[in-house]
Design a protein around this ligand. Sequence first.
Ligand code: SF4
Length: 442
Amino acid sequence: MKIYIETYGCQMNECDSAMIRSMLVSAGHSLTSDLAEADVVMVNSCTVRERAEQRVLGRLRHLRGLIAKDAALGVIGCVAQRMGKRLLSEVRGLDFVVGTDRYALIPDVVEKAGHGLKRVETDQDDSEDYGDCPGPITASLSDFVSVMRGCNNYCSYCIVPYVRGRERSVPHETVLTEVKALVRLGMRDVTLLGQNVNSYRDGSVTFARLLGIINDISGLARIRFATSHPKDLSEELIDAIAGLDKVCEHIHLPVQSGSNAILRRMNRSYTREDYVALIGNIRKKIPGVAVTTDVITGFPGETSEDFRATLSLMEEIRFDSAFMFRYSVREGTSAGALNDDVPEATKIERLKTTIELQKGITTAINQGLIGTLLEVLADGPSKRDASRMFGRSRSGKAVVFECPDECAGELIHVRVTGCSAWTLHGEAEARQKDLARPFDGC
Ligand code: SF4
């Protein structure tokens, strides 16, 4: 059968879709990006915010009208897990619903899908880590590998623990096999994914040890990871980031708020002071490390004083960049029961102020890099200007640069000559055609 998969949401969903494609191909099906010829169409969905969920429901209803009458339509992922069989009445003509712990059933589901048979598979299984799934079939230069599933933190605003279940670590041998397979398929830069990778544990293998094992893989240039929770970022992990040559000097460490009262209400399990001390220790041990974060404005009960505390924390830490959101109620979370008392206009205003502040800080940090030499993994032509190359520095910064000729997949030494708020500009000075050889002149 020809299968069409559409993915919404986070990198974890992208990783799951890639895994499901491998499953389907090894079960004898083929993949298509042409809706008109698809026998089965499935949407991998996101429910992180109400708006994301409504978007998926809207898309499913639209797809039903677009695809062949006898084609089967299904939804998988976090909306499937949260809403379950209710979706069959929400979306007319929907044939199957598969939750986040039931993907191993998908080859069988698509085999039997359609023909009026409705199928709902949303039982949760906290032991399911998909460790025995077929290996990857394609890879990108920079690609992702899930090392954990689920989360035990229950931050009060977050739906993830309810739709992805309890945390579990993928066996390190499985992770190793997948990374090696992706390197053979051309990957050079891997991001290890988990809701909170710090908690990774496979027997005696901690996350720091896992980084060490992956660091020994030849053909791999860089290792990144996301996301870390400030409550358990250990000395061992900080030392591993500082000591392992392929592990990039970039840590994404969501803080969410600078007010202790709001952090308590968010159930984040650390204080502002803990966070500041942790950043101090990280910067002492990893010179030049980039720190990025997540911030939520307008959380229930957030006073203007609480908000000022978030701004002052951002000024104190000076993050390299940040993902910034205004709070939106998520049904089913403990914060969903709180009085959403910050007016929408105030939420929007506070978000605007936060973004302006961060933009200024990021621009100043980028201006401070003008004249320096950065090691950039060339990804390909820049989307905005195909005559120039695009890539990322070790600290995750976007760099657009002049390079005499095609150099995708190579490590390039780029002299920074200028910047905009979110992007650095430069010129290639040296390149490393092959990871096993030294840098040559351009
Ligand atoms: S750590 Fe908190 S915000 Fe992150 S996925 Fe877990 S519950 Fe959600």
